[in-house]
Design a protein around this ligand. Structure first.
Ligand SMILES: *Cc1c(COP(=O)(O)O)cnc(C)c1O
Ligand code: SF4
Length: 335
């Protein structure tokens, strides 16, 4: 029998299959990663507020038995998430008020977020969308027309950012259809794809994906989300290079997370590794203050210190912009 350990994922399984086999129970997580059994009750408590989800392609990069692994920290539900803390809320960015059509968030001039799906390849515990009412925001075909009309009627919009959820959880057939609809709107120039798939299930970047992204007249910009150099194994490296070699613009955004990447060495190694893969570090985000993510928070002074140390020791193009999002602002705030 094949155990997950012995399967060569990239050769044997489609990305859809890998996604559907992602683990979702404390039992599977503890067994596969050889974690202490006594974590079970704690994990189960936290799962009630935000589900556990991690595919094996990601889990295989986590060191077995190490509860401090920086990749594990990003997916491990812990009961501390349930402790309320002042200043941390369910909708810190007030996005639920900038929702003019189904699946659309229009807060920043010239560009809109479009959410084709609520699904993700992985559930990141620090996610600021963990409380977003996705059920109301996963458009049907009919609602798509409403969203597309919104884009057609506002000629100030030149960029559509596919976000989510994770837009690459949708099929290439759906995405190719959507990109065709968007390219028929003359004022739209850029199609941006914000996705963690290339990092989590690198097999997602297959021939079908490259076919529609290279055929469209739109400038396609792929923004991946990678927080730690250990996330970039050989499969991820090859996946990123493939995106870049096909002429798509490739950028990374990371979130600054306590006990995951709040060290100069980790952040420097991340930038180095990204550039090796053909990916330019774009943003380093301060954590959005969402209920349940308090334990990842870094204070601004520490963040500024780390960022300054990066700028003093690395080429400028390897230093991401340090930003935070503030409700009601018309862009991210550069710190
Ligand atoms: C982050 C974000 C964007 C994109 O911002 P850029 O600075 O262009 O990367 C657009 N809309 C919303 C609501 C965002 O949160
Ligand atoms: S992949 Fe992105 S949207 Fe999905 S849980 Fe992680 S941070 Fe949130």
């Amino acid at each position: 029998m094949n155990t997950p350990d012995t399967i060569a994922f990239s050769e044997t399984k489609s990305w859809q299959q890998q996604l559907s086999e992602a683990i979702s129970s404390s039992e599977e997580l503890i067994t596969y990663l050889q974690l202490p059994r006594n974590l079970k009750a704690d994990i189960d408590q936290a799962i009630g507020s935000f589900a556990l989800r991690a595919p094996y392609a990601y889990l295989q990069r986590i060191k077995k038995g190490d509860i401090n692994d920086p990749l594990l920290k990003q997916i491990l539900p812990i009961s501390r998430e349930l402790v309320e803390q002042p200043g941390f809320t369910a909708d810190p960015l007030e996005e639920q008020q900038a929702n003019p059509a189904p699946g659309i968030i229009h807060k920043y001039p010239g560009r809109v977020l479009l959410m084709p799906t609520s699904a993700c390849a992985i559930n990141c515990r620090y996610c600021f969308r963990r409380h977003f009412p996705y059920e109301e925001n996963t458009p049907s075909r009919q609602q798509w027309q409403q969203s597309l009309d919104y884009l057609r009627h506002d000629s100030s919009i030149h960029e559509v950012i596919l976000s989510g959820g994770d837009p690459l959880a949708s099929s290439d057939k759906q995405l190719a259809w959507l990109s065709q609809q968007l390219s028929d709107i003359p004022h739209i120039k850029e199609l941006r794809i914000h996705s963690r798939f290339p990092i989590v299930i690198p097999d997602r970047i297959n021939d079908e994906f490259l076919a529609w992204t290279t055929a469209t007249r739109l400038n396609v910009v792929v923004v991946v989300h990678c927080n730690h150099p250990q996330e970039i194994d050989e499969d991820v490296l090859n996946c990123l290079r493939r995106i870049q070699k096909n002429g798509l613009i490739l950028l990374n955004q990371a979130v600054l997370l306590r006990d995951v990447n709040n060290k100069l060495k980790t952040l420097s190694d991340l930038s180095q590794r990204l550039v090796e893969a053909g990916c330019i570090p774009y943003y380093l985000h301060l954590l959005d203050k969402v209920q349940g993510a308090q334990h990842f928070d870094i204070d601004e002074a520490e963040a500024i210190g780390l960022h300054r140390a990066m700028a003093q020791s690395m080429p400028g193009y390897m230093v991401p912009r340090l930003v935070k999002e503030q409700a009601g602002k018309s862009s991210k705030t550069i710190i």
